[in-house]
Design a protein around this ligand. Sequence first.
Ligand code: ADP
Ligand code: MG
Length: 476
Amino acid sequence: MAYETVIGLEIHVQLSTKSKAFCADEVRFGADPNTQISAISLGHPGTLPRLNRQQLDHAIRLALALDSEVNLRNNFDRKNYFYADLPKGYQITQDARPVCVGGRIPITVGEEVKYVRIHHVHMEEDAGKSMHDSDDPYSYIDLNRAGTPLLEIVTEPDLRSAEEVDALMTAMRQLVRYLGISDGNMQEGSMRCDCNVSIRPMGADYFGNRCEIKNLNSMRYARKAIAYEVERQKRIVEAGGTVAQQTLNFDPATGVTSPLRSKEDAHDYRYFPDPDLPPVVLQQAEVDEIKASLPALPWVLKEELVAKYALSEYNANLLTAEPEPARYFLQLAEATPTYKAAANLVINKLLPWTKEEGKNLAEFPLSPQQLAGFIQLIEDGKVSNTIAYQELFPAMVAQPDQEAEALATANNWLQSDDADELSAWVDAAIAAFPDKVKAYQNGKKGLIGLFMGEVMKQSKGKADPKQANKLLRERL
Ligand code: ADP
Ligand code: MG
């Protein structure tokens, strides 16, 4: 029997705020253990939490981008459980009335765009970190992370494969970076997800029992965990059994999932409204103001690059993967009418420059106008593509106060349109290979490349390739 995989995600995004969700402790990755803590994040008696406005604004930004509905009145609940890295004995989260409900996000799998529905987004705080493996038999607790602001995004069970999960996580990472609310870095734990996985017979209109795989912090692990889980569930169903609803842990070392707890001993968190935090009451005007400040969204930008600037899907994807290149391209496109050349320049020259220099595009020494001048020289046939990219471009970067044309003139890089000069180069190229001339005349037309190469060598790249090609064919 053929089965269909059904997946829903609970994605945790760590927000890039300066301070924690309910106190002023700093939030920064990689600090020494227990250096970013205070009486509040340690949960001392008598301390009171206060909401970080930035967390709320970030949540609303995400909601608006996802076409979610903002709950103008929402509130915080306590989720009660005991664990060593949770000093208060409860996590502050949102249960009954989260900050936003509904929404959707487009994902691209292969050629197809699919909308994944969002169930809701809620605000919460992170717990601390327990380290069990560093110094057996001891465990260590680092409370720096306790109280770090998170958004949890819960999707509907709309995903059908690990590829779609990958596409969704990629889209979400891209979105939070565009919105400037998180760095979306999975390695540092800024984004992680719980995968709810079930299977059903192909074509069925009901869902099977699901298992929840906790805390996957890399896409590679998520793929492996899903693949393992689907096979495990198939074996159970084929043997006539029922999949037990469970919470699972995935061990990257073995590639195997194992039960953390089953539904029967599922936690009763005894949620109730946190009496220390008043409900959040928003005015529609505040939401509208945030809406007006939203940047262009990645999928809208991508569409625009294809539709308005006639770029290929491939180049549009490359340019919009991160917010900066897309914004830079749009600036450049204001300065030059040749969009395709502008896209190639950003992809093949400017992005490698940022990698090599470890800088961002805003620091690139040439202005969009200078780059437009560079592109125009190529377009006008004044410098060859090769010379432009290999010689002129690095020279411009090294001397950013010089204009493209002046530099090309000074270095003798301008392509020659002098007919006598071209004629001499072509003759020299033909004279260099007398036996190949015979072969060409006997039908080996591919040899034209060899002669072209010689013309370019003779002219040090200055011959106009179109003219040279034409003249060569005539003479040959
Ligand atoms: P609970 O309240 O028990 O946690 P939810 O309805 O909130 O359950 O679902 C949690 C997550 O599980 C959501 O991401 C949802 O899309 C996903 N989910 C629900 N049912 C299934 C299913 N049968 N198979 C796969 N995922 C599911
Ligand atoms: Mg849930």
